[in-house]
Design a protein around this ligand. Structure first.
Ligand code: ZN
Length: 777
């Protein structure tokens, strides 16, 4: 097999892996075991069929008749998203098999070559492969091709009828289609060749989806003719599988994947990105992914980027095979539920909630940060991320600054025992119980170590989110509890089970596990977290979305596991946000794994992950019908929709555009607008220069999108205008400040777009003094 198709080459040592981690090994072993079990089940079934059932048949063949069974495949249920868009469906295909025993019995021996040749042609299966199957002359069932599409199967039936062939058979089967390709692939999962669910919802709800196969048992006469009208036939009807409706919304999922994919490009993420969008009030998952993902229609193929990376490396066959296996397991894995990471400062939300609930901190308290502090049990001082110190801060300011020293002081006031109890109550020790396989628990200090009265260093580090590992699903579930009045909801993916007539047979209601903090505490935490995003000093200000009240918290932590693997400094940068702050509906968590040290953007949750969450919010909130409310400054900076001007007089068009704050450039000397750039109804930056064509043609050639990262807003706008392109921005408010820089672009540099296109850029405030706990790359 040629290298380059991303499939494991057939060698003996396919499953050997270099330096595997425990979960990969476990997963691989599990998959191997599954394959072995399935293979053996088929083998044993076949042996049973031949040795026991067939023997009985032969015994009763005294009447010169044989019992034959045909399976009626039950149709596997459909998987729908929340809007009844199809995510997985089954369609009829066929299995083509030959029966050497019947060839011997009924066909002329010289037919063998003709049949082999025609089948090879129709099915595109190697001639010699089919030829070899005839050698098993006592076999009744030798498969030539699986999952044959209907038009191809029709050709085989035609051949069969043309020569009245008894040794060629076409039996019904079904094939799984995933019309949206890779969208939500790790949630939906996939089925194996025998239509058993192997991953995702397909695996968890396999029993519901499968239904029950039926069969026809018929008596066949010595000459091979079915005696179907003799009354000997028994017909057992198939029961079709049930269908599922997910909580996942394809549109939200698309917004999530689109923005994470852009983050991978913008920050050259070396180990992918993951994200979750949750309904804060119910725990329903609206979107969840880890990128890179895969196309379940071809689940054994690696995605293109990973494949290109692997092929670029000089690897021995053995290492290549191991790398492909690893990469397949990783792209199938639902990392937001199965991988643990150090949450860093996003965890300060929990410390804040505990402290307010216990009454040991209030909004009026002040916290002094001199850059470091002594902690009982530590030999060296504990440093704030800002070594210069934050000085005296009130509670909201401590949260805005993400000040480690202030949060350690809060943790010490809460005390180790209470802190530990809250961690448990927020669900960080166990699994959330989401209806997917492969969920991990958190990794924590033991009770005794954490509560050691002589050593507060574990409590101190935990207060600002370090020295333990949790899963992204645990964090977003706990933060949703903080945001929704204190109720810890069990996250879930399947909302309804339908029978094959579309009737609801099961309804999964939202499930509150317990109330961890009071509604009053919840409101107070929301207000503080809104100030983290909404104020100029806030480390989360890059998640700001004009017109929406977003609350949230940044996080930056060292990815120690990856550092050990690669020998390079690696970081997790993350942001968790929810909106609207006064009545939270949706929470978004984004975790970016190992940004390149040379992307030009300050490595921090505030600089990198916050704007991604801001973009997702900007896409999702309007879609969910949450209304924007602008203040006057926001209104002045908001993008403006370009009206349709074609066919109007130049004078009228100019007047309307200028009234909207645009400047106008006219190309050509006619008096009527014949074309315009940009097109009608797209939104662009306020004050942009709109081009009206009066008889002259708009350039029809495409334009190459320039690289904008690191430019100030004004530079980027001017650079685009040179190419005949327009700017629109999300993130930090556009301004002339040199701190406001482009940290991402929705259309990759180097892409070709139509003249007059609008390029959306993400703006951040790159001022490192407030960018949040971060690391200079
Ligand atoms: Zn500090």
């Amino acid at each position: 097999m040629e290298r380059g198709d991303g499939k494991v080459k057939k060698k003996n040592n396919v499953t050997q892996m270099p330096a595997p981690n425990a979960s990969l090994v476990r997963r691989t072993l599990w998959l191997m075991l599954l394959f072995v079990v399935v293979t053996f089940a088929i083998l044993i079934g076949r042996l049973y069929q031949l040795q026991i059932v067939d023997r009985e048949k032969y015994k009763t063949a005294a009447v010169e008749q044989q019992l034959r069974e045909t399976t009626l495949t039950a149709s596997r249920g459909t998987i729908y998203d929340a809007n009844m868009q199809i995510l997985a469906m089954s369609a009829g295909v066929s299995t083509v098999f030959i029966s050497p025993a019947e060839l011997v019995k009924y066909e002329e021996t010289d037919m063998k070559a003709m049949i082999t040749s025609r089948l090879s042609e129709i099915l595109d299966v190697d001639y010699d492969t089919i030829w070899a199957k005839w050698d098993r002359t006592s076999s009744w069932y030798e498969t030539v091709a699986y999952k044959v599409e209907p038009d191809v199967a029709d050709e085989v039936v035609k051949l069969k009828n043309e020569y009245d062939l008894k040794s060629v058979h076409v039996s019904p089967d079904s094939k799984r289609y995933y019309p949206n390709g890779s969208l939500a692939s790790q949630i939906v999962g996939f089925v194996g060749r025998d239509n058993n669910g192997l991953e995702g919802i397909e695996a968890v709800y396999d029993e519901e989806l499968q239904g029950e196969n039926g069969r026809i048992v018929r008596v066949t006469a010595e000459n091979g003719v079915d005696l179907i009208y003799t009354g000997y036939e028994n017909y057992y009807d198939a029961t079709d599988g049930k269908s599922l409706v997910l909580t996942v919304d394809s549109n939200v999922q698309h917004y999530l994947e689109k923005n994470l994919s852009q983050a991978i490009d913008d920050y050259q993420l070396e180990n992918g990105a993951m994200g979750i969008v949750m309904n804060v009030k119910t725990g329903a998952i609206l979107g969840m992914t880890s990128l890179p993902n895969y196309d379940p229609n071809n689940y054994q193929s690696l995605n293109e980027e990973t494949l290109a990376e692997l092929n670029a490396q000089e690897l021995s066959d053995e290492d290549y095979n191991a790398a492909v296996t690893n990469a397949l397991l990783k792209q199938w894995r639902n990392r937001p539920i199965s991988d643990t990471y150090e949450p860093g400062s996003t965890f300060k939300i929990m410390t804040l909630a505990m402290g307010l609930e216990e009454g040991v901190i209030t909004e009026n308290d002040t916290f002094y940060c001199g850059g470091n502090m002594e902690v009982k049990g530590r030999t060296d001082p504990l440093w704030c991320w800002n070594h210069a110190g934050h000085g005296t801060q009130n509670l909201a300011q401590a949260a805005q600054h993400s000040c480690n020293v202030a949060f350690v002081n809060m943790g010490l006031r809460i005390g180790a025992k209470k802190f530990y109890d809250y961690i448990e109550a927020f669900g960080f020790f166990g699994r959330t119980g989401i209806d997917l396989y492969g969920e991990s628990t958190g990794v924590w200090w033991s009770h005794d170590v954490f509560e050691d009265p002589q050593n507060f260093s574990q409590l101190a580090s935990a207060s600002f989110g370090q020295t333990f590992n949790i899963t992204p699903i645990q964090l977003i579930t706990a933060v949703s509890a903080v945001a929704n009045g204190g109720y810890l909801m069990q996250p879930y993916i399947v909302s309804k089970v339908l029978d094959n007539e579309g009737n609801v047979v099961e309804n999964h209601e939202p499930k509150a596990l317990r109330q961890v903090i009071s509604e009053d505490t919840s409101r107070r935490v929301c207000a503080i977290l809104e100030s983290v995003v909404g104020t100029k000093e806030g480390t989360g200000k890059n998640a700001y979305v004009a017109g929406y009240r977003v609350a949230g918290k940044t996080g930056t932590a060292e990815n120690v596991t990856r550092e050990v693997q690669t020998g390079m400094k690696s970081y997790w940068v993350s942001f968790i946000g929810f909106a609207p702050a006064d009545d939270p509906q949706v929470a978004v968590l984004v975790v970016l794994d190992s940004p390149s040290l040379s992307s030009g953007i300050y490595i921090s949750g505030g600089g990198m992950a916050a704007p991604v969450v801001g973009r997702i919010m900007a896409d999702v909130l309007p879609y969910l019908g949450v209304e924007q409310v602008f203040d006057s400054e926001e209104a002045a900076n908001a993008d403006v929709k370009v009206p349709a001007e074609k066919g109007r007089s130049i004078a009228d068009a100019r007047q309307e555009l200028e009234d909207k704050g645009f400047t106008v450039r006219v190309v050509g000397d006619g008096s009527v607008v014949t074309d315009q750039a940009p097109m009608a109804n797209v939104s662009i930056a306020a004050g942009s220069s709109v081009i009206l064509y009066a008889g002259s043609d708009k350039p029809s050639d495409t334009v190459e999108v320039p690289a904008l990262n690191g430019m100030s807003y004004a530079q980027a706008k001017a650079r685009l205008e040179v190419e005949g392109l327009f700017i629109r921005s999300v993130g930090a408010a556009p301004s002339t400040s040199w701190n406001i820089v482009v940290s991402g672009q929705a259309v990759t540099a180097g892409s070709e777009v139509a003249y007059g296109s609008v390029i959306q850029v993400t703006l951040i405030d790159n001022d490192s003094s407030v960018a949040g706990e971060g690391f200079h790359g």
